[in-house]
Design a protein around this ligand. Structure first.
Ligand code: DX5
Ligand code: ZN
Length: 216
């Protein structure tokens, strides 16, 4: 069963608790986009917001760090209540060390690759991670168009997972909606992050059902 992870980046931050409650019943994770204005050209939220939404939902908080030096903030996000912390390969010269640091916090560890980063860059770490996030847009903003050339990387990750019996989940993020979700799942994606396709719609439940029914 494909998992759905609504990205609160496109939610109304003035009523964030209600926004999360609105999607909770139809979702598997809540995806939290952390941006620092350096690694990506946008600034969003920090550990304080993760701490504030932690009591709002029992769903796992899937924290996507789009920041430089993520190792400085791993324990703050873990203490705030993150269940999964993912870091970008492009931001981590010592990726193995950061992944171990995340796991030592008792949190699931994910690694993320941008559209221009090949799977080969993360191959040595694939046996250590709980999640691999394939960016299907360039990170920084919601509402961008899906980049088709990322699909072959999802296929490679699925092949490597099956061949080596790795346990990571394959997640995709960016431009995911009813029109693009099925090609991701057909390529091997197991978790779909969607921001604007859910939170820019009046009826979020219908929006999620629409994505799920597109997979049939
Ligand atoms: C983009 C973020 C995404 C974003 C996706 O940098 O990582 O999680 O919210 O937004 P949509 O689904 O609108 O492309
Ligand atoms: Zn994200």
């Amino acid at each position: 069963m494909t998992k759905i992870a609504p990205s609160i980046l496109s939610a109304n931050f003035a009523t964030l608790a209600d926004e999360i409650k609105d999607v909770e019943a139809d979702s598997d994770y809540i995806h939290v986009d952390v941006m620092d204005g350096h690694f990506v050209p946008n600034i969003t939220i920090g550990p304080l917001i993760v701490d504030a939404i932690r009591p709002v939902t029992d769903l796992p908080l899937d924290v996507h760090l789009m920041i430089e030096n993520p190792e400085h903030y791993v324990s703050a996000f873990a203490e705030a209540g993150a269940d999964i912390i993912s870091v970008h390969q492009e931001a981590c010269p010592h990726l193995h060390r950061v992944v171990q640091q995340i796991k030592a916090e008792g949190v699931k560890a994910g690694v993320v690759i941008n559209p221009a980063t090949p799977v080969s860059q993360i191959e040595p770490i694939l046996g250590d991670v709980d999640l691999v996030l394939v960016m299907t847009v360039n990170p920084g903003f919601g509402g961008q168009s899906f980049i088709d050339s990322t699909l072959s990387k999802i296929e490679s990750l699925k092949e490597l997972k099956d061949k080596h019996l790795y346990h990571y989940e394959i997640e995709v993020d960016g431009g995911v909606k009813a029109e693009t979700a099925k090609k991701c799942v057909d390529a091997g994606a197991e978790v779909l992050v969607a921001g604007s396709a859910i939170f820019n719609q009046d009826n979020r439940s219908d929006a999620i059902k629409n994505i799920k029914s597109s997979l049939k």
